[in-house]
Design a binder for this molecule. Sequence first.
Ligand code: GRF
Length: 209
Amino acid sequence: LKIVVCVSGGGTNLQAILDAVDEGKVTNTQVIAVISNNAGAGALDRARARKIPGIVMSPKKYADREAYNQAFTGRMQELAPDLVVLAGFLVRIPPQMVSAFSGRIVNIHPSLIPSFCGVGYYGLKVHEKVLERGVKITGATVHFVNEGMDEGPIISQKAVPVEENDTPEILQRRVMEQAEWILLPKAIDDIANGRLRLEDGRVYSASYF
Ligand code: GRF
């Protein structure tokens, strides 16, 4: 499975994928490129360390969003991955890319969708809202990307406890370590090895021997 990983920040989810591939926990998979909207993203350093091409495409460099959307979609079609993985990617996926790669884009979100997701719910903000609301359980979700925001068919979820003295940073770290870095490599391995079936907007793990 050829995958392109889209990133905006430190790239700890990318790192989890790269390590899982190297350790043989994710098989039949090759990360062929990493794309970031942010030239300073630490994720690009992680790609460089593994000699994986890093590409920067920032919406700011384009006349308007439509020009960026065309360029981004065109670049992805040139790369022609089997799967696009959004790992802490903070830019909206162009509608034309969602349809061109329908059923072949996955995203990791640091909450139990449909809670704490949608516009404004990204990064640390998600965990701030979780703490504000006082929920006792949070977690992460891997889902297919459709034209909505965090609304595509859910592939997997993993719960994480909220502790009494959690700060947003402590909670974010726990969600990453105990959920994100486990769920995303597993989902990629399942897709790479034909273990998932997407039918009528629902995801089933096809029986496999
Ligand atoms: C983190 O908030 C993570 O929860 C979310 O994206 C942000 C950056 O992740 N998935 P990463 O370290 O760049 O993978």
